[in-house]
Design a protein around this ligand. Sequence first.
Ligand SMILES: Nc1ncnc2c1ncn2[C@@H]1O[C@H](COP(=O)(O)OP(=O)(O)OP(=O)(O)O)[C@@H](O)[C@H]1O
Length: 376
Amino acid sequence: MKEIRFENVWKSYGKTEVVKGLNFTIKEGERLILLGPSGCGKSTTLRMIAGLEEITSGELYMNDRVVNDVPSGKRDVAMVFQNYALYPHMNVVDNITYGLRVQKVPRSETRNRLDAALKMLKLEGYENRLPKDLSGGQRQRVALARAVVKKSNYFLLDEPLSNLDAQLRVSARKELVKIHELYRQTIVYVTHDQIEAMTVGERIALMNEGKLQMLDTPENVYHRPANIFTAKFIGSPPTNVVEVTYLDGKIMFGNQSFQLLPMWVKQVEQSKTSRIAFGIRPEHLEINKTADKNTLKGTVKYVENQGNSYGVYVDLQGNEVIALSESKYWPKGETVYLKPFMNHIHLFNCETTNSIGYPAELDQEETTLERVLIHE
Ligand SMILES: Nc1ncnc2c1ncn2[C@@H]1O[C@H](COP(=O)(O)OP(=O)(O)OP(=O)(O)O)[C@@H](O)[C@H]1O
């Protein structure tokens, strides 16, 4: 199996531990994104797979065998890095095919792979240019083509699109997904850009401080965060998370409260959690000027332009929460009423910071909704 498996993998530089006990499997043929804040250990993890970084302890398996001591050249990996390191004195064709010539791949085969890569990455017409005569985006595509023609079983990418402008990034993301649909190598892709993670990834491994926080589909990472870190890291503006008190089916914010739906009451009571944090995404918090059933009263602090909406920062009993609104007319100091969408709340155990889980009824509701949409 062309899967990659980490078994209690640690990496230290001297006394500094940067990867702390990774245990997870990257499935054969999937596009897995390693996501996390700067310095969390993503690149180190990728470089351990590439064989460019020694593993301090634990076992790394590739194709069902331990590869801790297998040199990079024998791991069947193709890599694309942020700085794409093209040979400056070689033209586009030579840059792309250099590795194949070293491997003594027959000429006709090289030609076929080259033609396919040039076409796929829209590099036709640039064959004889030197890297210095290409734009950043074109150079990045040459680096991708060079990796693609290797036809390796493992494709490792470290922030491969970071030098591209916003438009090129969007088209390059699409190209990458297309390449993968064609070849189905096992892809490990490092980024700190969540949009890239959501659009390219089939699964996302979210890391923080050298540890895996969650490994799941983009949908679940967004809608069912496993812990407070995931809830706050994914999404912009971030999920509001506030420590609250739970009392008789109600969530208490200081002297204000709102009633939980019965499925959530059951969930809280089953989890036997004593300290609870309440989470809600800004887009799931309705803001109004008038009170309604189950609303929480707050005061506007300021409004931030988010492009397609406005983020309204509200003081709620000493906690700052953000709600999204289509209107920008929320004067500072005005009293407002916040209404959480009750199917979209998140509850966490404050001690472990883990989610207390999601009621099974939510899945059923989603399935019903999907059915309705399909019928429409
Ligand atoms: N050769 C080294 N010697 C000492 N510390 C290192 C070395 N390489 C990386 N580190 C440290 O290890 C930690 C993880 O680095 P890594 O490059 O894996 O992070 P990252 O998540 O990829 O971050 P970024 O998104 O900023 O590239 C960082 O704190 C970094 O300073």
